[in-house]
Design a protein around this ligand. Structure first.
Ligand SMILES: NC(=O)c1ccc[n+]([C@@H]2O[C@H](COP(=O)([O-])OP(=O)(O)OC[C@H]3O[C@@H](n4cnc5c(N)ncnc54)[C@H](O)[C@@H]3O)[C@@H](O)[C@H]2O)c1
Length: 268
C-alpha cells in the first residue's frame, strides 16, 4: 500500500520510533494525527513539518484509556476523513524480572496489548466495509524471542505479535493489511533512559546487535508497507534467531540462559 493521501494515526509519536514514523509519513504525503501521553514532543513534529503544512495534527492522549483512543480516531476523522492507517506504536518497558506488583503488569498489558485490541475493534469494521485499511503493530524482537530481564515486556510483546498475526489471518482476505514491527535495539528513550528498561534488559538488547536510529526503522516500516509484508525486521539477524528457536526450542532456551549468565557476570 502507498501511504500518500492516506489518513494515519501514530500513537507514541512524541519521540523515538513514533515521531520518526510520523515525519516519514507526512513527508510521503500522508495526513497524520500524531498522539502521545507526553505532549512535549508533539508540537515540534507538527511545527517541523514546514514542507507539508497542515499534514500533521497533534493530540495528547493516553492509549491505556479506551475513550481516549476513540477520541483520537474521531479527531482524525473530523480533520482528515476516515482513518486508513493505524500505527499502534506507544509502548512501555514496565517492570523487570517477575514483578509482584499487579499494577506494573496492568500498565504493560494496557499499553502494549489492550491498546492495540481497542483500536482494532474500532477500526476494523469500517476497513472491512471499505475493503481497505492498514494496522501496523510495533511489537519487538522480544515478542518473537524473549526479553531477558523483564517478564512484563516479554509477555506483552509476545501478545502483541499474536494479536497482529490473528488480525492478519482473520481479516487479510477482507482487505485489511497488517504488519508487525519487531526490532531489537533502537536509539530511543525506551532503551537509553534509566527509568525505562532495567540495566540487564537494556544490556541484553544492546549486546545482541546494533542499535539503529529511529529514522532507519521508520524507513523499513514504509518499505514493508509498500510490499505489504507482515513481519518487519529492521535487524535481519532476528529472523535467523527466530528460526533457531523454532528448530530446537530446548537448545534455544539453553543458549538464552548462557547469554543471560554472561550478561549478569559483566560489571554493571
Ligand atoms: N527502543 C527499542 O530498542 C525498541 C525495540 C523494540 C521495540 N520497541 C518498541 O517501539 C515502540 C516505540 O518505543 P520507542 O523505542 O520509540 O521509545 P520511546 O520511549 O521514545 O517511545 C514510546 C512512546 O510511547 C509513549 N507512551 C507510553 N505510554 C503511553 C500511553 N499510555 N499513551 C500514549 N503514549 C504512551 C511515550 O510517552 C513515548 O513517547 C514501543 O512499543 C517499544 O516497545 C522499542
Amino acid at each position: 500500500m502507498h501511504v500518500a493521501q492516506k489518513v494515519a494515526i501514530v500513537t507514541g509519536g512524541g519521540g523515538g520510533i513514533g515521531s520518526a514514523l510520523a515525519r516519514k509519513l507526512a513527508a510521503a504525503g500522508a495526513k497524520v494525527v500524531v498522539t502521545d501521553l507526553d505532549a512535549t514532543g508533539l508540537d515540534e513534529i507538527v511545527r517541523g513539518d514546514a514542507d507539508h503544512p497542515g499534514a500533521a495534527l497533534a493530540v495528547q492522549a493516553d492509549v491505556s484509556d479506551d475513550a481516549q483512543i476513540a477520541s483520537v480516531i474521531e479527531t482524525a476523522e473530523k480533520a482528515f476523513g476516515p482513518v486508513d492507517l493505524y500505527f499502534a506504536n506507544a509502548g512501555v518497558a514496565a517492570g523487570d524480572e517477575l514483578e509482584s506488583d499487579d499494577a506494573v503488569w496492568d500498565l504493560a498489558l494496557d499499553v502494549n496489548v489492550r491498546a492495540h485490541i481497542r483500536a482494532a475493534r474500532r477500526l476494523i469494521p469500517g476497513w472491512i466495509e471499505r475493503g481497505e485499511g492498514y494496522f501496523v503493530s510495533t511489537a519487538s524482537a522480544a515478542g518473537l524471542l524473549t526479553q531477558i530481564g523483564s517478564a512484563p515486556y516479554s509477555v506483552t510483546k509476545h501478545a502483541a505479535v499474536g494479536f497482529a498475526e490473528w488480525l492478519s489471518v482473520t481479516y487479510g482476505d477482507k482487505g485489511v493489511r497488517v504488519s508487525c514491527l519487531c526490532p531489537m535495539g533502537v536509539n530511543t528513550k525506551l532503551l537509553t533512559d534509566d527509568a525505562a528498561l532495567s540495566a540487564t534488559a537494556a544490556r541484553a538488547v544492546t549486546t545482541a546487535g546494533s542499535v539503529l536510529e529511529p529514522s532507519e526503522v521508520a524507513e523499513c516500516v514504509l518499505a514493508a508497507m509498500e510490499a505489504e509484508q507482515f513481519l518487519i525486521l529492521p535487524h535481519p539477524e532476528v529472523l535467523e534467531m527466530y528460526r533457531h528457536k523454532g528448530a530446537d526450542y530446548d537448545r534455544w532456551i539453553r543458549g538464552m540462559r548462557r547469554y543471560q549468565a554472561s550478561l549478569l557476570a559483566q560489571p554493571s
